[in-house]
Design a protein around this ligand. Sequence first.
Ligand code: FAD
Length: 415
Amino acid sequence: MKRYSAFAIAREALRDHTGWGRAWGNPEPRRRYDAIIVGAGGHGLATAYYLGRNHGIRNVAILEKGWLGGGNTGRNTTIIRSNYLQDPSAAIYEKARSLYETLSQELNYNIMYSPRGVMMLAQTEHEVRGYRRTAQANALQGVDTEFIGPERVKALCPIIRLEGPRYPVLGALWQPRAGTARHDAVAWGYARACSEMGMHVIQKCEVTGIRREGGRVAGVDTTRGPIDCDKLGIVVAGHSGRLAEMAGFRLPIESVALQALVSEPIKPAMDVVVMANTVHGYLSQSDKGEMVIGGGADGFNNYTQRGSFHHVEETVRALVETFPMLSRLKMLRWWGGIVDMTGDRSPIISKTPLEGCFINCGWGTGGFKAIPGSGWAMAETMAKGEPGPLAAAFSLDRFREGRFIDESVAAGVAH
Ligand SMILES: Cc1cc2nc3c(=O)[nH]c(=O)nc-3n(C[C@H](O)[C@H](O)[C@H](O)COP(=O)(O)OP(=O)(O)OC[C@H]3O[C@@H](n4cnc5c(N)ncnc54)[C@H](O)[C@@H]3O)c2cc1C
């Protein structure tokens, strides 16, 4: 595959851009692979990439029922941060954030990582105490955050109204090296790198069954025929429960729709990401100028990928309190994705009761930020058959043994 570079752009400009090749292949499935990953979202593709890069396992297929990145990876609001409370969470999210910093160079694909800074507003005394505590925990974990007062908040984001009608802004948890990245590009960059290593990214190939032999995984049935494998990674976010059922076990997961919307594009109005968890909404401005607004999750289980009017109304009404200028904007479009929620709001990266079958899920409303770290940890678990230090705490056993990793404050809201 050709390297993307300034030289390549200049060369192509001279020949009417006729020399660009496909970014990734479109292969027919083989009869057998060493490893199969189900789901070509960011987590599945990153898992495959690090299987090849870190562990030399390259006879790999990534099977996707739709198009790559068409699940939550292409539907999220792209916030990347690592200011979680518990040590295992801070470790994996910070690993991911630090990998994001150089991912464009590593993949030779511009993922448009923008470390513009993320602030989580404290709008009640309870939140002030909570975020001060998180800042202290982050200091011990080596994650660069601080609690800042209202004047600093206003200086960083002038469009905020500090004295809201219900909830004044009392301060914020500020992570200066957090930010955003272009979500599709993350999937495309990993897919291209996997393809370059000789892996097969196979789209429009739905897994319809998981074949077992003597307590071990033997392969999968797909809409493009049966495929055998030694190892299987299930990385399908909101569809995890369905795939687990095919493999013969149950997951402590609920699938719900989470939604977001964008406004018409406007001139630059804010250059940080703001999350307002008390009124429930979060906001950033895209490179095109649209205000990107994150909404809430449905209060009931469902598999829809749509938005709903009551959430739009709730979210916009809440955000207008803190950002009055939003009331003048037209909203352009909104959408939903199916997120997979665990009870402790922490992910699962684990072996499963079926030997050779591994699962990565439960990232809920906040897994985009984790993609590189999650792929790294899942690849290690699949390659070695046992979780490494990043994944160990996130095993399925924790629900049986009561070792919950409670992130309901850091991750219970949508982001
Ligand atoms: C509206 C919204 C806003 C969000 N905002 C943020 C945010 O700002 N920051 C953040 O960190 N996170 C955010 N998230 C969460 C984040 O998007 C997800 O946690 C993350 O993208 C999950 O990635 P994934 O690769 O696991 O799943 P997905 O991208 O959903 O990929 C799973 C893939 O599996 C495929 N699949 C399913 N079943 C099968 C099958 N049987 N056979 C083959 N393929 C199958 C699906 O088609 C899909 O492409 C948001 C989510 C939503 C919906």
